[in-house]
Structures are given as C-alpha cells and as structure tokens.
Design a protein around this ligand. Structure first.
Ligand code: NAG
Ligand code: NAG
Ligand code: NAG
Ligand code: NAG
Ligand code: NAG
Length: 497
C-alpha cells in the first residue's frame, strides 16, 4: 500500500503547477482510504517501521504540493501545514492561500487528498470555484469579489462542515446552490448583497447550527418567515441578522435557538414571539423607545442581553427585567437618551441578602444619561462583579450615597453638585452627598439679605433717635417766654402824694 501511495502523481491545487492525473478520482480515493485504514491498523499495532515509511511519503506529498519546483521562492505559492492530527494518525492538511491575488480560473478544482482546511480569503476570485474533495472540512472564501453562486456550487465537497462566504458581493443564488451539503454546520454569508432569496434555499443543510446573514442591507426583501420560508434547519443554534433593514422578525417560538443577533435593524419594539430557549439576545441599535415588562416576559432563559447604542431608548419600566431570572450580563451601553431606570425594573429587590439570589454579574450603563439610582437597587448592585457607570451625569446627593459603599469600582463620576463635579463617586467626600433642597447661592443670598436688612435696621434706629430737624434746643426768647426780660415797676403805693 505504501509503495502504491508513493507512486501517485502529485495533486496540486493551483493549475499552473498541476500535473496530469493518471487515476480516476474514485479509484484514487479508494486506494487512499484503504491505505489510511491500513496505516491506522499498523499504528495501533505499534509497527513503527511501517509508520515511518508512511511519514516519509506524507512529507514528500506535501512538499510536492506546497513547494513545487516551478513556484519555489514565489510569492504565490500557498502555505501548507498539518493541523492537529487525530490520535488515529489521520493526516489533516491545512492550506493557506490567502492574500495571493488568485482568480477562480487559476485554481484547480480537484483538491489534494487529506486536505482539511482551505483558506482562499483576500484573493480576487470573481466566482466561487467548484471544488471537489471528500475530506475538506473548512472552506474560507471571504473577502473576494464573488457576486453569484451557481446551482450545486459546493455539492462535491461532501464533508464540508464550515463555509465562509462573507465580505463578497453575492446577490445571485440558485435554489439549489447549497445542495449536497448534509454535514454543513456553519454558513457565513455576512456582508453580501443578499435579497429576495429563493424559497427553501437552506433546506439541504440538515445539521446547520450557525447561520450568519448579517449586513445584507436588502435582506428585508426576503420572505420574513425564515424558518418555514427559507427552510432553515429547525435545530439551528445561532442566527445572526445584523443590519438587514428588518422592521419585524418572525421566528417560531418552539425552535431551540440559543443565540440571536438583531443588531442595527429598524425594530421599534421587541419582536413578538421569540424562541423561548434564547440564551443570548442582542437587539442593540434598534428603534425601541421603552423597555416594557411584556417585551421580556418570554425570555426566561436569556443569560446575556445587549441593548446597546439604542438611539431612542428612554426608559426601562418597572418589572421589565424581572422575567430574566438567569440573566448574567446586561448592557445598555451608549444608549444616549436613556434617562429613566425604574426602581423596580428588576422587580422587587429584597433588602436583605437572605432574599433572592441574582445571577447578574455584569451590568453596563456606560454612556447613558441616567442621573440616579434608587437605593432599592443596592442589594442587586452590591453583588455585581462589574458595574460600568462611566460617563453618567450622576446627581451625587443623599439618594446616591449608597453607591459609594458598593464593593465594585464603577468609574461613575459626579456631575452635580458643581463643587464635586468630575470626581469619582468613590473618592468624593461622603458629606458632599447632601440633600439640601436649597442651592448654595441661595444661602449666600439669604446671608446678604440679612446683612442688608440689619444695616437698614441700624440706620433706621439711628435716624429714629435723632431729634427732628424742626425741633431746636434753643428757643427764641420772646414775650411769652419764661426767660423774657421782666421790667420791675416801682411800687406806686409807697409814694402817696
Ligand atoms: C505532517 O505530519 C506528517 C505525519 O502525519 C509528518 O511526517 C510531517 O512532517 C508533518 N508536516 C509538517 C509540515 O508538520
Ligand atoms: C469585482 O467584480 C465586478 C463585476 O462583478 C467588477 O466590475 C469589479 O472590477 C471587480 N472588482 C475587483 C477588485 O476585481
Ligand atoms: C427594506 O429596507 C429599505 C431601507 O433600508 C427600504 O427602503 C425598503 O423599502 C425595505 N423593503 C421592504 C420590503 O421592507
Ligand atoms: C409568550 O408565550 C406565550 C405562549 O407560550 C404566547 O401566547 C405569548 O404571546 C408570548 N408573549 C410574547 C410577548 O411573546
Ligand atoms: C425608590 O423606590 C421606592 C419604591 O419604588 C419609592 O417608594 C421611593 O420613592 C423611591 N425613591 C426615590 C428617591 O425615588
């Protein structure tokens, strides 16, 4: 067997270097399979002599494929390496042809044996090559210039597990483009131009686990009933629909979807009917204005919820986060209009530690406009490992004093009162967190008024004590005055005549 394998012609990816093949694909494959099987047996039996022969063979084949004479020292030869070989001794070849400027016509469609991973990202492919291989697991065609996929484009890649087609301009697809991919688990079609997709397009992929169609701006023109309309595998785990111009989303409630990303769409409210199994939900950058109790009432399994960059979100209503009992991570980061967080947004938070145990570990309000937090939230905030209050215009008064005592560093800074503006809540003095209903200038005003009043009073008293201008101390001595000159007349009776 080993001898036979050594004699085979090299199988080369790039046509430039390809040699004529003397075996048909089928017989070659069988021979190979038998060889591998034999090798496994030999390895199991610890017959090291035979294994060494096989290893030498492997080295030669890889060398012939990866470093052909004609392309020695050329920038365009691909890089070949082994990927983690299984304990059975199965060879797995990884070929990296990224950044080589290849066009589809320069590539041989028959891939070398044992190839496991082929990376053709960042080339100049104008169409998706129709490769043939029964061992290829990962195919990466990202960052090319592919605009259409033909019928049965990948059907000769029977073992394909992961297919990356992101960052092309794929707009045209056939209903049977994905046929013959029964083992495909990951399909990435992000950053393309998908719209009006043919019905049941995804139906051939029976075990698809992850589907990414993000950043296809016209995806809203496609049938909105994704599962029944496009034939997505009902057992899908991860679905990404970011930036698809969606105004509504219809997903069945009884599918076991775990992760859903709806970032940057045009949703005005939380989609009705989301799968109840969701563990991670990202609905950031949509047009919701309020988060209400009914929005989350069916999301009881969610552990990570992202509502970031919500340009219109203003308030988080009472009990709107209460159904999320398993929630571990929650972020409202950069929702710049968010001004109201209800004291009971998380439901009734018991005051004592003996109450309910929360799963919540990480909470971010970074960059929102929240000014204060009701102290009823203290027990919940107190058990967080991470609380981000960076950039909030915090009103540091007696209502917020409890925030100082939290064990976690929040990076929250006081915005008011002005005398401690910009100081970290943790480093500002506790007595600055006062609830004076009067601002400081009002006190000064009162003092000034008092001074003015007392000055006026003193003036008045002084003026009051002074005699009136009309009243003079010295009076004119006149006839009526007691000080008037008295003329004493001689007693006429003493001189009688
Ligand atoms: C790949 O693995 C084979 C054995 O499985 C070994 O002989 C060969 O040297 C390895 N090649 C590289 C480039 O690691
Ligand atoms: C990509 O393909 C289009 C036609 O589909 C072509 O006009 C354009 O020049 C190509 N771009 C590059 C960089 O090859
Ligand atoms: C899809 O979204 C675009 C805006 O992004 C809009 O102009 C178009 O009317 C929408 N189409 C449908 C069918 O909703
Ligand atoms: C929650 O689920 C029930 C059925 O389990 C359904 O009737 C109801 O409409 C759902 N509510 C929301 C807001 O999705
Ligand atoms: C905090 O919440 C409780 C319960 O909802 C409420 O009674 C209280 O008035 C709130 N405190 C402030 C300062 O808003």
């Amino acid at each position: 067997m080993e001898v036979e394998a050594t004699n085979q012609e090299p199988l080369i990816l790039v046509k430039l270097f390809s040699a004529p093949r003397s075996f048909t694909m089928a017989s070659l494959e069988m021979t190979r399979r038998r060889a591998t099987f034999a090798l496994q047996l030999l390895l199991l039996l610890q017959l090291t002599g035979f294994s060494r022969t096989e290893n030498i063979d492997a080295v030669e084949e890889i060398d012939r494929f990866c470093y052909p004479e004609s392309a020695r020292n050329s920038r365009r030869s691909c890089e070949c390496s082994n990927v983690s070989a299984s304990p059975w001794g199965m060879r797995a070849l990884r070929i990296d042809c990224s950044y080589k400027d290849y066009r589809a016509s320069e590539l041989s469609q028959l891939l070398p044996l044992y190839i496991d991973t082929l990376d053709l990202s960042w080339n100049a492919l104008d169409e998706a090559p129709i490769f043939t291989s029964d061992s290829l697991h990962h195919l990466n065609l990202m960052h090319n210039n592919i605009s259409r996929l033909v019928a049965g484009n990948f059907k000769q890649l029977t073992s394909l597990r992961e297919l990356y087609l992101g960052w092309n301009s794929i707009g045209q697809l056939e209903a049977t483009t994905f046929e013959g991919l029964p083992h495909l688990q990951v399909l990435d079609l992000a950053h393309n131009n998908l719209h009006s997709l043919p019905g049941k397009l995804f139906a051939p992929m029976l075990v698809l686990g992850t589907l990414d169609v993000s950043w296809n701006r016209r995806f809203n023109e496609t049938s909105l009933d994704l599962y029944s309309g496009l034939g997505i595998n009902l057992k899908l785990n991860v679905l990404r629909l970011d930036a698809c111009s969606l105004t509504e989303v219809h997903l069945p409630q009884d599918v076991p979807l775990k992760e859903l990303s709806l970032r940057r769409n045009l949703l005005q409210q939380m989609p009705k009917q989301l799968p109840q199994t969701l563990v991670r939900l990202d609905i950031s950058d949509n047009l919701l204005e309020h988060l209400l109790h009914e929005d989350t009432s069916n999301l009881t399994q969610v552990r990570q919820l992202y509502m970031e960059d919500m340009s219109l979100l203003q308030s988080i209503a009472a009990n709107s986060l209460a159904p999320l009992e398993l929630l571990e991570t929650l972020s409202f980061q950069n929702s710049r209009r968010l001004t109201h967080l209800d004291a009971e947004a998380f439901g009734h938070v018991p005051r004592t530690a003996a109450g309910k145990k929360w799963a919540l570990r990480s909470l971010s309000f970074r960059g929102t406009m929240l000014r204060t937090f009701n102290s009823t939230l203290a027990p919940l905030f107190g058990q967080l490992a991470e609380l981000d209050l960076n950039g909030l215009p915090l009103q540091c008064d007696c209502e917020l004093l409890w925030l100082k005592q939290l064990p976690v560093q929040t990076n929250g800074r006081c915005y008011k009162p002005a005398r401690i503006r910009g100081m970290l809540v943790t480093s500002a003095r506790a007595d600055a967190f006062s609830c004076d209903s009067w601002p400081r200038w009002a006190y000064s005003l009162v003092v000034l008024t008092l001074i003015a009043l007392s000055a006026a009073g003193i003036y008045l008293i002084v003026m009051g004590l002074r005699p009136h201008r009309g009243v003079t101390m010295r009076r004119k001595v006149g006839a009526g005055s007691p000080y008037a000159r008295v003329t004493i007349e001689p007693n006429r009776q003493e001189n009688p005549h």
